[in-house]
Design a protein around this ligand. Structure first.
Ligand SMILES: Nc1ncnc2c1ncn2[C@@H]1O[C@H](COP(=O)(O)OP(=O)(O)OP(=O)(O)O)[C@@H](O)[C@H]1O
Ligand SMILES: [Mg+2]
Length: 617
């Protein structure tokens, strides 16, 4: 049965992998993953060998039972041998269980190792990597490859070994019992294998189609069933139209499902009927040989029993190259992910930052976003977004200095590069020209941990995890006490809102939880930064218009967050800009004006224009 299943699996696998070239060293590297499981692997192989030996033991015992027991009329031998057959059946079951236990432990252990390794490695990739790959596709690809890799160790490895072993043992025993019957019963084999190939190709295509259709169906569902999608459907009253579209896809899936079921069944029926015909031939030819006394009755029975055990392994092995290669290629793809070097690299010998408030200095900084091929990964290309276009030069020759403890506001039209500037300071990307220093140290010489510890960011649209308010706040400081949480929320002007919620700090927020307004979310994000107590604060003010009450609250929260810290604020509000020690006016990636509010007003340039229109985006 395992052999049958294995054959079926190889038939649905992609045949083209057979021709793929492996990189040198892959096999060696795979073997290194097996080392921790060496003793389990050996134990497992022992159960496989015992299992294969037990398979041929039964027919041989039956032969003795007939020839030495039944024919001469030795009833005690008949009893003993019958009992032995029963015991062997039990032993076989036990060893099968033990084998399965070992293979499951090896397989799951391997999945665990690979998964945890890939997870922590992918986390360390630069943000550019995540912009390039679609998260869903990335996750499913990695999962699929990790599971594929695991199958090399369990299903494939064991399948190949146990099939080859039982095939050899069965064939030798059969030839030894009667070579004539063996040869004649093998004649039918090509008859079986030819249509198997055809069915396999067809099944493989259908399986692929059904995967694609299923993926289409689930992406349609995720799009329509998330809050904003569902809202759109409702507002336009398009429920019937959507149901119709879904019905069409579901119908196609059903159609393919029927075809796959039919082909699968026909494969199993073919296997069993060919084996049955071969058995009939063996009985026919063997019966005549037994009448002529060339073989004994026991031999005839033994050989026909063995025959049934020959076809399964044979067909399984006919497709073994595809199986092994599929597994190896999966390993290789996982290795490719593991070998990907993060674009933002840790310094080899990190310098430490000075104590206290830190200055920020941009020195002739130029920047363009990484192009597709700088961050792409061949095997993840299908999961990559092909619609990502090159950005061109986003920042040009930017120089400015923010002295320690002062506040600088950046203003400029939409798309000028303000958010880009704010993401260069925590090194989400590396500058392409010039350098950025904080506390006099080049960012690229500071360890990433230390750098990110000293910077707190409140983004334009802050993200909250689907967790309680307390858990979201503690993301900044895991051991924060209740008092600390309250103090931070109080300073960020959000405490009264939290207290008004029925579950207070235990209210679940985020995508599917209690929905906070834009201003409330930013204040909560400010509270999170306050808990972190960083030396540098970067704030991308929400562009969404706030009512004057909300604006007043955010402004007060800001004042609390910024006092005594070096800060860079991307400002959209006059009140924030006026409070700044220095204002940088940005247009098309260049600094066009620099100074404080009064100075810039006198210049009557872009800033003056923005102020008169009250627009700072
Ligand atoms: N990940 C990215 N890849 C490629 N180009 C990008 C990326 N992010 C932003 N850009 C481009 O860089 C330029 C500057 O974008 P940025 O987000 O810094 O503007 P902004 O000044 O913050 O605008 P806004 O006021 O609308 O927030 C834009 O032309 C934008 O299209
Ligand atoms: Mg922006």
């Amino acid at each position: 049965m395992q052999a049958m299943w294995m054959t079926h699996r190889s038939m649905t696998a992609d045949q083209s992998v057979k021709d793929q070239k492996l990189r040198p060293g892959t096999i060696k590297r795979i073997a290194s993953y097996a080392i921790p499981y060496k003793s389990w692997l050996i134990a497992y192989l022992i159960t496989v060998v015992i299992d294969a030996l037990l398979v041929i033991a039964t027919p041989l015992l039956i032969k003795r039972l007939i020839d030495d027991g039944v024919v001469p009329g030795n009833s005690s031998l008949v009893t003993w041998l019958a009992l032995s057959v029963a015991v062997i059946a039990l032993l076989d079951a036990i060893f099968n269980m033990i084998g399965r236990w070992y293979s499951a432990r090896i397989g799951e252990g391997l999945i665990f190792d690979l998964r945890t390794q890939v997870f922590s490695h992918v986390q360390r990739q630069s943000i550019a990597f995540f912009t390039r790959t679609q998260t869903g596709a990335l996750i499913s690809r990695i999962n699929q490859d990790v599971i594929g890799a695991q199958q090399a160790f369990t299903a494939t490895l064991s399948g190949v070994i146990s099939n080859v072993l039982s095939l050899i043992l069965v064939l030798i025993t059969m030839l030894f019992l009667s070579w004539q019957i063996t040869v004649i019963s093998l004649i039918l084999l090509p008859l079986f294998l030819a249509p198997t190939k055809w069915v396999g190709k067809k099944l493989q295509r259908l399986t692929k189609d059904s995967f694609n259709l299923n993926a289409e169906m689930s992406s349609l569902m995720t799009e329509r069933f998330n809050v904003s999608g569902a809202l759109l459907v409702k507002l336009y009253g398009n429920e019937d139209l959507e149901s119709q579209g879904f019905k069409e896809r579901a119908r196609k899936v059903a159609g393919i499902g029927i075809l796959i079921a039919l082909l699968n069944r026909s494969f199993f029926i073919a296997l069993t009927s060919i084996a049955a015909i071969a058995t009939a031939i063996a009985y026919g030819v063997g019966g005549h040989l037994a009448i002529n006394q060339s073989i004994t009755l026991g031999t005839l029975l033994a050989i026909t029993t063995l025959l049934v055990r020959l076809y399964g392994p044979l067909t399984a092995l006919s497709n073994v190259r595809v199986d092994v290669m599929t597994a190896l290629v999966s390993f290789e793809r996982v290795f490719e992910v593991l070998d990907l070097k993060p674009m933002v690299a840790e310094p080899e010998t990190p310098s430490s930052l000075p104590q206290g408030a830190l200055s920020i200095e941009f020195d002739h900084v130029g920047f363009r976003y990484p192009t597709a091929d700088e961050i792409s990964l061949a095997s993840l290309e299908s999961a990559a977004r092909s619609d990502l276009v090159e950005s061109g030069q986003v920042l040009r020759d930017i120089s400015f200095m923010i002295t320690a403890g002062s506040m600088t506001a950046v203003v400029g039209p939409s798309g000028a590069g303000k958010t880009t500037i704010s993401s260069l300071i925590p090194r989400l990307y590396d500058v392409t020209e010039g350098s950025i220093k904080i506390g006099g140290v080049d960012l690229r010489n500071i360890s990433l941990q230390e750098l990110r510890d000293c910077i707190g960011i409140v983004p334009q649209d802050p993200h909250l995890f689907h967790e309680t308010i307390a858990a979201n706040l503690r993301y900044a400081k895991s051991d924060a006490t209740e008092e600390e949480l309250r103090a931070a929320c109080d300073a960020a002007q959000i405490l009264s809102l939290v207290d008004s919620l029925p579950q207070g700090f235990d209210t679940v927020v985020g995508e599917r939880g209690h929905r906070l307004s834009g201003g409330e979310k930013q204040r909560l994000a400010i509270a999170r930064v306050l808990l972190k107590r960083p030396q540098i604060v970067i704030l991308d003010e929400a562009t969404a218009h706030l009512d004057s009450e909300n604006e007043r609250l955010v402004h007060r929260a800001l004042t609390a967050a910024l006092t005594g810290r070096t800060s860079l604020v991307i400002a959209h509000r006059l009140s924030t800009v006026k409070a700044a020690d220095q204002i940088i006016v940005l247009a098309e990636g260049k600094v066009v004006e620099k100074g404080n509010h009064d100075e810039l007003l006198k210049e009557k340039g872009l800033y003056f224009e923005l102020v008169s229109k009250q627009r700072f985006e």
